[in-house]
Design a protein around this ligand. Sequence first.
Ligand code: F3S
Ligand code: F3S
Length: 113
Amino acid sequence: TYVIGEACVDVMDRACVQECPVDCIYEGGRSLYIQPDECVDCGACEPVCPVEAIYFEDDLPEPYRPYLADNEAFFVETLPGRDGPLGSPGGAARIGPLGVDTPMVANLPPTNA
Ligand code: F3S
Ligand code: F3S
């Protein structure tokens, strides 16, 4: 899967959302999150992010490693009852902004704003 990391927090440019062919990039409160069961690893999102927040999971820089589990945690833990794919294949546009974040993202200081 591809992963959205800390540079997205409080920036939320959303250019990536327009590129994703399976609509699997979901909007939280301070960041967007890629649903790992829906992402087909097409890579279209990665080059369009103006702050380089997106990486393939195997290419994550060391400080971004926790975001692999954290993007998944958004769907498994932050959104109760939504631990599987949310759409077919994705459903981000239908669901819309979710207004919540993982504890890791929620607790970050507002440094990127
Ligand atoms: Fe965030 Fe970059 Fe997408 S800032 S919303 S990951 S284009
Ligand atoms: Fe979509 Fe990016 Fe995955 S465009 S399919 S989230 S690699």
